[in-house]
Write a protein that binds this ligand. Structure first.
Ligand code: PLP
Length: 443
């Protein structure tokens, strides 16, 4: 049979779309996604990569797992808050809360009264319970939004007094000074890069001061001839004192002694703290504002607050993160090094069994990282399985997709941020990535 005849046998789009074997996929994914998969399979048949009678099976094999193009990734980098992987993975409790909130929910309704009620009241109550020193709380889109809202509401058209040692760049070119000035507030820089004193602040404060801003320089630390003014000393200068915490710890974490937290900052004298929801708190992307009732209320009443407000999914996930069990971020940060080593040893055994080889891939001591621009220099001791560097790409493109760390020409698989239940899937992915290379020399 010639090529043209074979091409005529490729099933037509409308026939495929209506095929009973694709009915479920049509309901689950929608017609547009299904049509994409159909056209790709037809294209493969036209190119001669598959036979016309294989098209239907090829469509089914090529169906995406959901209507989103986002691909779930197993994080084998050892970096806990991994920005490129969406920062914090949600806890099961938060996930269930998101599913609950996905439909109609009483996010702004009192079921008893039948009347409108305060939006997200359960989430705000959970935050207040988590930080008893906070008189009130507010949730916005992210940490940057919290800072924008605070400086806008307290200092637009006026001055934000901030130390030169705290004018930081967060990441991806995001600079705090630029963000603050975008609100119409003027920066009043005080002190020097390494040393700022109480007198520097006192001299800068005047009629035009909107607020003092303290920023936790979360992605670097200064050592040597440095001086800094504590919150307590800045608390009674007659102007609002805002502390941008960044990380979002509500209470101190003994494992991260240098990381500031909301409770301690408020107790030390901050009037308002701002933080992210999806860094060390381990929740959804959100910006938290906690502190004095009168100041939180000023932010809440500002017209900009409406533009920065969060959706019901975020409110639900955040509440469940704060009220519920320890989120994955906290578990991964405190993962026991001995237990991690045992898991890596077992991982190597499973891989060897899978390959029917006695690969002596090295197990090496590594340091995980907090990530997300947080806790610089805090090493998280752990262990990794060393594979040839080329495995990294195969692992990324495999099913499941696994992101490993490439370091000094080696591919390092660190199980710190992998759920133990997923270890077997990681092993399977490694076997698949190594199989084409067998027998291969060792890295
Ligand atoms: C991360 C961070 C921010 C920005 O928070 P996003 O949630 O990323 O918007 C602001 N300030 C500090 C100190 C940070 O560490």
């Amino acid at each position: 049979m010639n090529h043209v005849d074979r091409r005529r046998q490729i099933p037509r789009t409308d026939v495929l779309l209506a095929h009973p074997r694709l009915a479920q996929a049509r309901d689950r994914l929608g017609p547009a996604v299904l049509k994409d998969a159909v056209q790709q399979a037809q294209q493969r048949a036209r190119a001669g990569q598959i036979a016309p009678e294989q098209v239907l099976d090829d469509v089914i094999a090529g169906l995406p797992r959901s209507a989103t193009t986002l691909v779930p990734v197993i994080n084998a980098t050892g970096v806990v808050v991994h920005t490129n992987l969406g920062r914090a993975p949600l806890s099961t409790a938060a996930l269930e809360a998101v599913a609950t909130a996905a439909g109609y929910v009483d996010v702004e309704l009192g079921l008893e009264s039948g009347l409108r009620s305060a939006r997200g009241r359960g989430t705000l109550a959970a935050l207040r319970a988590g930080v008893p020193g906070a008189e009130d709380a507010l949730v916005v889109n992210n940490g940057a939004a919290a800072l924008v809202l605070a400086t806008t509401a307290l200092a637009a058209g006026r001055e934000v007094v901030v130390s030169r040692g705290e004018l930081i760049e967060i990441g991806d070119g995001f600079r705090l000074p630029a963000l603050i000035e975008s609100t119409g507030a003027r920066l009043r820089e005080v002190g020097t890069t390494n040393r700022t004193h109480l007198d520097d602040y006192k001299q800068a404060i005047g009629m035009d001061t909107g607020c003092i801003l303290k920023v936790h320089p979360s992605n670097f630390s200064q050592h040597g001839f440095v001086a800094d003014v504590g919150l307590g000393q800045l608390s009674d200068l007659g102007v609002p004192l805002v502390m941008d915490l960044g990380s979002g710890l509500l209470r101190p974490d003994p494992g991260l002694p240098d990381e500031p937290d909301a409770s301690t900052a408020l107790a030390a004298g901050a009037h308002l703290v701002t933080a992210s929801g999806d860094k060390l708190l381990g929740g959804p992307q959100a910006g938290l504002v906690l502190g004095r009732a009168e100041l939180v209320q000023r932010l809440r009443r500002h017209p900009l607050a409406r533009a920065l407000r969060v959706d019901k999914l975020t409110l639900a996930a955040l509440e469940a993160t704060v009220r519920g069990p320890q989120p994955p971020v906290a578990r991964y940060l405190h993962a026991d090094s001995t237990a991690l080593r045992e898991r890596v040893v077992r991982l190597r055994e499973t891989v060897c069994e899978g390959l029917k080889a006695d690969g002596d891939w090295e197990i090496v001591a590594v340091h995980g990282a907090v990530g997300g621009g947080g806790a610089p220099g805090v090493p998280l001791p752990g262990w990794a399985l060393t594979l040839p560097a080329e495995c990294a790409r195969a692992l990324r493109l495999g099913d499941p997709a696994v992101l490993a760390r490439v370091d000094h020409g080696r591919c390092l698989v660190d199980l710190r941020c992998v759920e133990p239940d997923d270890d077997a899937r990681v092993a399977g992915a490694i076997v698949a990535s190594l199989a084409p290379r067998m027998p291969a020399e060792k890295p």
